[in-house]
Design a protein around this ligand. Structure first.
Ligand SMILES: NC(=O)c1ccc[n+]([C@@H]2O[C@H](COP(=O)([O-])OP(=O)(O)OC[C@H]3O[C@@H](n4cnc5c(N)ncnc54)[C@H](OP(=O)(O)O)[C@@H]3O)[C@@H](O)[C@H]2O)c1
Length: 248
């Protein structure tokens, strides 16, 4: 039987790393895209090898997604890879790479807005488009990593939330455009791992979460795997947020 093949962007750390480990544990071949976290990605593979006594089925690909050249190289590596050719295509594409900062709307720069829209909208748009052929042949599933901010006001995050809302709409639109060969879904984490700048007030954030605690990166990874395995699900969003999105 063919091995399933996935590409995840920003897969070296945190939620991306948990997703890579879960996919490897479920016998996927994983292209782990990183920008700077090469040693972290290598550590995921070493941990797998120590645990299982066999080599992890994975390849680390480095690319700065702000660079058109790097993005084209990433697409080319996947398109021409023997694992993709031998296994009938690409079965999963997970748009996980992200940036997240708080900046007052009155002073947030155009550059900051553009970096967010580049990584959260433009790159998923172009990467999905560049990989359409193997995604179609593999009957693949594309997943956009958004968040639970949709439809509410979040102080100092306009540049970020607007771009994640754009990613959500892009994914919903592609669920229509790319059917029936390709499924497209979203996962929306809530409070999972704090960014450095928000770690001090993370406890007050958690007070608003009905389950009263942060989620684990593996909670998010499980939702991703569920969507990949659920072949009649498309155009859906799973909130992994301890009930935050429905709390008053
Ligand atoms: N953490 C949470 O609680 C939370 C909450 C809501 C939504 N989410 C969403 O869930 C996903 C995973 O969250 P996370 O906190 O684990 O993500 P993260 O650490 O903020 O970012 C993931 C990776 O994105 C990569 N990245 C950033 N800029 C890049 C660029 N220009 N080119 C290439 N890669 C770039 C980085 O790779 P390198 O390290 O290799 O540089 C980074 O490790 C994200 O989409 C995030 O928006 C997370």
């Amino acid at each position: 039987m063919a091995q399933r093949v996935a590409l995840i962007t920003g897969g070296g750390k945190r939620i991306g790393a948990a997703t890579v480990s879960l996919l490897l544990d479920n016998d996927w071949f994983v292209f782990i895209h990183v920008r700077s976290s090469i040693s972290e990605a290598q550590a995921i593979l070493q941990t797998y090898e120590q645990k299982n006594g066999s080599k992890a089925q994975a390849e680390i690909i480095q690319a700065d997604l702000n660079s058109d050249e790097d993005l084209a190289t990433l697409i080319g590596v996947v398109l021409n890879h023997e694992k993709v050719k031998l296994n009938g295509g690409l079965h999963a594409l997970i748009h996980n790479a992200s940036i997240y900062s708080s900046e007052d709307y009155a002073s947030v720069s155009l550059e900051s807005l553009r970096l967010n829209t580049r990584l959260h909208i433009e790159v998923p748009f172009l990467l999905t488009q560049g990989l359409l052929t193997p995604l179609k042949s593999g009957q693949g599933c594309v997943i956009g990593m958004i968040d639970t901010s949709l439809g509410r006001a979040w102080k100092g995050l306009s540049h970020y939330t607007a771009s994640k809302a754009g990613l959500r709409q892009l994914m919903m639109n592609l669920a229509g455009d790319l059917a029936p060969e390709i499924r497209v879904n979203c996962v929306a984490p809530g409070a999972i791992i704090a960014a450095d700048w928000e770690s001090e007030h993370f406890a007050s954030v958690l007070e608003k979460v009905p389950l009263g605690r942060a989620g684990e990166p593996t909670d998010v990874a499980q939702a991703i795997l569920f969507l990949l395995n659920s072949t009649y699900l498309s155009g859906q969003t799973i909130n992994v947020d301890g009930g935050w999105s429905v709390s008053p």
